[in-house]
Design a protein around this ligand. Structure first.
Ligand code: C2O
Ligand code: CU
Ligand code: CU
Length: 407
């Protein structure tokens, strides 16, 4: 496998608002790489969260990520972002959690165990090495045969009945949409994509597209309870290619024993962030497309608005400070998770009438032939960055574009 400091996941990076996170990345791979801090609201320029940086094999690069003093606390993650090599590198094990810590007690929830569940998937060959993916798998978006939690297969999660845990769940899979439930328990969501909900929200399951995170409060009851990944249909292209139609799979088991405690009451309200966005200045339409390339060339083209990724082209030019409304459409039979760096958005309307949460998020799944309308406040940072499909195979195949936010 691949690793950061010979580990997969890489080290958990914990920062506080106002910190400078300094990372020296030395590339011991035989192909280019770089580092992206997924979800952080920081500068995309220079040696900050700049997806255009290319660290060659053998080279070293010093990153400096300045976390603003007003950055929200929450669950983020990091992974490579060099176009063309991202899916293989993440599949191979390159990812890690990045936590912006909250001040103690700020939630009013007595969390006894604050856990990270960084979920990835992988396929191993008979000799134990990471399996290569063929053109068809890449076109569909590869799903690994094994689902790992913090790099482990079906680990145990220790718990005491009635003693609260917070699970920070991160979907680091290349393509798999995670639909997760915990046997005999509700999933009480308190945050999504690094933003607190207005109030704890109990639901039977959570759905995370690749890149999404959620923080869930678990109040354990006694006994053994499996965390189960339910199949999620990502659509398909005829008989040959279908995505995510597997069987329910246990990914971890919570072992809860000891003398039960009386569970505390959860607060009615959380320190949610109101998106103080002003009036919309401009509307745009962005379309995920797939087309057959000519005979003899490499299969299917994955594009945004008919164009494959070109790092030197400005696809959207935006004025810093403007609020824009982007309608992301999907003209393909596959679901694509839309992701934008640096500037989180609220989803205001969707083709399947999902009620708007009004919360800032950074990945939204666009169903086959569906659409979502986003409100994006382009505030805080100027610079060039990218938006793309977070099925990393699709991103590598070209489903990525640039946005230039100009002061
Ligand atoms: Cu986690 Cu550009 O992505
Ligand atoms: Cu990102
Ligand atoms: Cu896609």
């Amino acid at each position: 496998m691949l690793g950061y400091n010979a580990m997969s996941p890489g080290p958990t990076l914990r920062v506080r608002p106002g910190d400078e996170l300094a990372v020296r990345l030395t590339n011991g791979l035989d192909q280019p790489t770089n580092l992206h801090t997924h979800g952080l609201r920081i500068s995309p320029q220079g040696n900050s969260d700049n997806p255009f940086i290319r660290v060659e094999p053998g080279a070293t690069f010093d990153y400096s990520f300045q976390i603003p003093t007003d950055h929200p606390a929450g669950t983020f993650w990091y992974h490579p972002h060099h176009h063309g090599t991202v899916a293989d590198q993440v599949f191979g094990g390159l990812f890690g959690a990045l936590i912006v810590e909250r001040p103690d007690q700020s939630l009013g929830i007595p969390i006894a165990a604050d856990r990270i569940l960084l979920i990835s998937d992988i396929t191993l060959s008979n000799d134990g090495s990471v399996a290569q993916s063929g053109a068809m798998e890449r076109a569909m978006g590869r799903e690994g045969e094994l689902i790992l939690v913090n790099g482990q297969h079906q680990p145990a999660i220790d718990a005491t009945p009635g003693v609260l845990q917070c699970w920070r769940i991160i979907n680091a899979c290349v393509s798999r949409v995670l639909r997760l439930r915990l046997q005999d328990h509700a999933m009480t969501e308190i945050a999504r994509d690094g933003t607190y909900l207005p109030a704890p929200t109990s639901q039977p399951q959570v759905v995370l597209a690749p890149g999404n995170r959620c923080d869930v409060i678990v109040i354990p009851s006694a006994g053994r309870h499996q965390v189960i990944a339910e199949p999620f249909d990502r659509g398909g292209m005829g008989m040959m290619m279908t995505g995510g139609r597997g069987v329910p799979t246990a990914v971890a088991t919570m072992h809860s024993d000891g003398s039960p405690a009386t569970p505390p009451r959860l607060p009615d309200a959380l320190p949610t962030e109101n998106s103080r966005a002003g009036r919309t200045r401009r509307e745009r339409r962005i379309d995920f497309r797939m087309s057959m390339r000519g005979m003899g060339s490499r299969g299917m083209a994955f594009t945004i608005d008919g164009r494959t990724f070109d790092a030197n082209r400005d696809d959207q030019v935006v004025r810093l400070g403007d609020v824009e409304e982007w309608t992301i459409t999907n003209s393909t039979p596959l679901a694509h998770p839309f992701h934008l760096h640096v500037w989180p958005f609220t989803v205001v309307a969707t083709s399947d009438n999902t009620p708007s949460s009004g919360l800032l998020q950074d990945v939204v799944l666009i169903p086959p032939q569906g659409w979502a309308r986003l409100r994006i406040p382009f505030t805080g940072f100027a610079g060039r960055s990218v938006y793309h499909c977070h099925i990393l195979d699709h991103e590598d195949l070209g489903m990525m574009a640039t946005v230039n936010v100009r002061p």
